[in-house]
Write a new protein. Structure first.
Length: 401
């Protein structure tokens, strides 16, 4: 709905002004008059120059959706109608993109569209997992319970992402600082020493000559090196966007010496948490597996889950195809087999997810503890090697003297 700016005087003769949303100017005028504003002046608020350009609009974050889900669950549990809940939460949103999405959902629900179908029109804010669980909640009449489970699930997923990002932040910063220091030394420091070395009149030691040659190469080809790095990044993204390239990269990441173990544990935790939450919410297992596969984030895991779904559709138990795909650890397969046998698969999946969350915590701590000294050794060795190479001619000259 458009936004209108109004100004006028209240019953005490004081100047007042404000903004409001209304279907048209007549509705806005009626609202202002009900506030006992005399001689109101109303005009439509000018639209933002970049208002219709998605690039300049803020993105809907996971935190926005989690807070909305938690608040909506509480309000529905308190007995408020769904449309009123969406309207209240939409008006209090600080993110204009999310606010517009909620207003569109409110309009759709008022016109008779289901809550889940109205959310499917906005996949950037609400993914398939979210909308399918909302559909299960609407069908079963337990929307408040489903929303509560969704909020817990999303909070745990966000915590897992924060742990992974936290583990990668320190080595990324160290690597960036190392590269920056190396470039500064090669471009600005080494040439100063090189001018001094030319006065010696003797051949430079091999390490020094190598460093000088590196400095000359970087200075002469700095633009080409920068462009090459840019092209390499674009090329990697292009390869990853292709089917074969992503399959190869995802398969290699699972087999990586150190990070592969962490990636596999994260994948198992995400798979079991997502599938367990959907089964608890009443989503059929075949439909749940299709959603879990699409949200796996790894093509190898995705193909494995699709094979599991096809096997279950043929009447086989879930544990057998999980074991055959070779992606999931044997302990996970056995626990799922037990859970399926006793009719408590969703509960068993939640327990596996909790266990692997702790495993991920431990793996992240181990990876961080290993990377910190390793990065210090690399950084110290690189800078120390350059310093020694630059001072070797000075030591040589001193011995001659």
């Amino acid at each position: 709905m458009p936004v209108y700016i109004w100004k006028g005087k209240n019953s005490y003769g004081e100047n007042r002004k404000g903004e409001l949303e209304a279907p048209d100017q007549a509705a806005a005028l009626g609202y202002v008059k009900r506030m006992r504003i005399t001689n109101p002046v109303i005009k439509e608020k000018p639209k933002d120059l970049f208002g219709n350009i998605s690039f300049f609009q803020p993105k809907v974050t996971s935190k926005d959706v989690v807070v909305f889900t938690r608040q909506l669950s509480t309000m529905i549990d308190a007995g408020l109608p769904l449309v009123q809940c969406i309207e209240i939460l939409g008006k209090q949103q600080d993110n204009p993109t999310f606010k517009n999405i909620l207003m569109a959902i409110q309009t759709d629900v008022e016109s008779g569209t289901t809550f889940a179908d109205s959310m499917r029109k906005h996949p950037k804010a609400f993914d398939n997992l979210y909308s399918n669980m909302i559909e299960a909640g609407e069908t079963g009449g337990i929307l408040d319970t489903i929303l509560s489970r969704l909020a817990v699930f999303m909070e745990k997923s966000m915590a897992l992402k924060r742990k992974i990002k936290g583990a990668m932040t320190y080595p990324a910063i160290c690597l960036g600082i190392s590269v920056l220091i190396l470039v500064v030394i090669l471009v600005f420091v080494i040439p100063v020493f090189q001018e001094m070395f030319t006065t010696f009149g003797s051949a430079l030691p091999l390490p020094t000559q190598i460093v000088v040659n590196m400095s000359n190469f970087v200075k002469s080809n700095f633009i080409f090196l920068f462009l090459g790095l840019f092209v390499a990044i674009i090329g990697i993204k292009k390869i990853y966007s292709s089917e074969k390239g992503r399959n190869a990269i995802d398969a290699a990441s699972l087999k990586a010496p150190v990070a592969g173990i962490l990636i596999r544990k994260v994948a198992v935790a995400k798979f079991t948490r997502t599938l367990g939450t959907m089964l608890q919410s009443g989503v059929p297992i075949l439909e749940a597996l299709q959603v879990v596969a699409k949200t796996a984030g790894n093509k190898v895991i995705e193909r494995a889950v699709f094979r599991v779904s096809d096997s279950i559709a043929e009447g086989r138990p879930i544990a057998e195809p999980l074991e055959e795909c070779g992606v999931f650890p044997n302990m996970v397969v056995q626990m799922i087999n037990v859970g399926e046998s006793v009719g408590a698969l969703d509960t068993m999946l939640e327990k596996i997810a909790d266990f692997y969350d702790e495993e991920v915590d431990q793996a992240v701590d181990n990876l961080t503890a290993m990377l910190e000294p390793l990065m210090m050794v690399v950084l110290g060795g690189m800078i120390g090697g350059l310093v020694v190479a630059m001072y070797l001619p000075i030591f040589k000259m001193a011995s001659v003297v």
